[in-house]
Structures are given as C-alpha cells and as structure tokens.
Design a protein around this ligand. Structure first.
Ligand SMILES: O=C(O)C1=N[C@H](C(=O)O)C[C@H](O)C1
Length: 297
C-alpha cells in the first residue's frame, strides 16, 4: 500500500485502447505499456479520466489491471485505481474490489453532478477511507462542477487513510492556500501548471501529457527536486505547445490520436459520447509535430 512518502514523481494515467468495434484492445495496450515502461515513472493510474472511466465497466477495469500486471512482468510499480463515483456506496464497493485486486491506492474524485453539500462530500471521503485502501483525493472543478472550499479540503486531507491529493484546480491558488498548514503531498493534475505547482511545493504529478515526452517530465521533476527551478522551467517551456494541443479538445481524444499516429495503439477509437478529434486539430497538431520535434516516447 502507498503512503504519503510515495507520492513523489511522475505517475502516468493510462489510456484504455479500444478496437474500432469498441472492445478493449489488449494488443495495443501491451505495445503502449511496454513503451511507457521504458521510463522510470513512479507508478500508473488506471481508470482515471484519461482511461475514459465513465464508459469502462468495472469488469473491464479488472481485466486491465490483470493485463497491466502481465506487462509489468514482475517489476514493482504502484498501481493506483480510480474508484470514485458520485455515489458513496458504489465508491466504497469499487474501493473494496480495487483493494482485493491489489491497488496500492485509489483515486477518489470529488462527487460530481448531484451537487452535494460540503458536509456530504466530507462524509463521502470519510466513508470511502474506512475501507482501508489509501486515498488520493482528486479535486477537478472543471469536470465536477464543484470547487471545494479550502477548509473542506483541509478536513478531507486530515482524514486518516487519505495520503494526498491530485490538484487539478487550474492554478496555484489552492496549493498556496494550503502551504501554511502541514498538509499532505499534492500532485499536480493540471498539466499546464506542472512547473508552477512544483515551484509551490507539489511533489510530482499525475499527468496525461506525460504519456508522451515522458523522459522530459521525469527530468523536470528531478531538477525541481534539486531546487533547479529555472532549468526545469526551460525544459517545461518545450513541452507547453504539446500540452496545449493535448488539451485543446477533451482529454484523452488528442492523446489517443497522437499515440495512434505514433503506432503505439492501433486506432484512436473512443467510446461515445467521447469521439475523435476534429480534422482542424489533427492538421494543427501535425503542423506542430513537423515544426518542433516529434515527442519522445
Ligand atoms: O486521468 C487522469 O488522471 C488525468 N486526467 C485529467 C483530465 O483529463 O482532466 C488530466 C490529468 O493530466 C490527468
């Protein structure tokens, strides 16, 4: 099981490759995973936003975990599984099941859609934490429609079993508000703010864009760890145009297109209501890739 000290470095949220028919494509998954695992990443996040969690059934998540372990071939690497929903009971059930299949931690998103009260949200995290699998709180207002007040985040972070947070709040306001307190580790979950958050004490990131240029992300993290933020920023500036393109349309559609273009997955198929990127983005992404260098796997 993960603890607070483990929340350091680059965690990569994996995609879920599909065949054109919409079924899971494990041939592609293994090719993609093999390439990813050539890097010294800290761990993998399965069933996150990047994995299209809303359209992947739990039975499929179990299969993906099994295939991931096969791909790891004995290598020790933490697997974090996304088990948060907007229903406390189902989040508890999924967290129990994730624990049974060996999740080292789970990622629990702020419950969305039903607009629960702050009190209800704190209780949601308390109940899920009682399962006993370490929790990474995932705060992503742009997707959930809720921005938790700092007090509530502090209460949630204080829950035993919560080991840290993935901050996707688009900026440094939250991390700066938490800085005066002895808070648990914060991982950046908003790719374009990775360097900014490192400067404010983030201990790493869970970054969809680190599926490509992975080595550069690792270097940026290492430079920040040494306190060399200017060099880290120089490297990060190189990544910015890619990050902008990867998030110009909903993640993970641009990422899947890019991985398919690189031959790592066989198609860029997404499950509806998600769909492929527009021709305009394909053209402008191609232009970027020709002007700059192709990303490093
Ligand atoms: O799946 C994830 O984990 C991530 N999802 C975010 C999103 O798509 O909103 C982006 C972040 O890079 C990681």
């Amino acid at each position: 099981m993960l603890n607070q000290q483990d929340l350091q470095g680059i965690y990569v949220p994996v995609i879920t490759p599909f065949l054109e028919t919409g079924e899971l494509d494990f041939l592609s998954y293994h090719r993609y995973l093999k390439s990813l695992l050539t890097h010294e990443i800290q761990g993998l996040v399965i069933n996150g936003t990047t994995a299209e969690a809303p359209t992947v059934a739990w039975e499929e998540v179990v299969q993906i975990v099994q295939e991931t372990r096969k791909g790891l071939d004995g290598r020790q690497m933490p697997l974090i599984i996304g088990t948060g929903t907007n229903d406390t009971v189902s989040s508890i059930k999924r967290t129990e099941l994730a624990g049974q299949i060996g999740a080292e931690a789970v990622m629990i998103v702020t419950p969305y859609y039903s607009r629960p009260s702050t009190e209800g949200i704190v209780q949601h995290f308390q109940k899920v934490a009682e399962v006993g699998v370490p929790i990474i709180v995932y705060e992503v207002p742009s997707r959930t429609g809720i921005r938790l007040p700092v007090d509530a985040i502090r209460r949630i972070m204080d829950i035993p079993g919560v080991i840290g947070m993935k901050d996707s709040t688009s900026g440094t306001e939250l991390i700066r508000s938490l800085a005066p307190y002895d808070t648990k580790p914060i991982l950046c979950g908003d790719d374009i703010h990775f360097h900014d958050l490192l400067c404010h004490g983030a201990t790493g990131g869970i970054l969809a864009s680190a599926n490509v240029n992975t080595e550069v992300y690792i270097q940026i993290f290492r430079l920040a760890l040494q306190g060399d933020y200017p060099r880290a920023e120089k490297l990060f500036d190189v990544l910015k145009p890619y990050i902008h393109k990867l998030f110009e349309e909903s993640n993970p559609a641009p990422l899947k297109w890019l991985l398919a273009r690189q031959g790592l997955i066989s198609t860029d198929t997404l499950r509806l209501p998600m769909g492929p990127i527009t021709d305009e983005l394909k053209l402008s992404f191609d232009k970027l890739l020709h002007e700059q260098h192709e990303p490093i796997h």
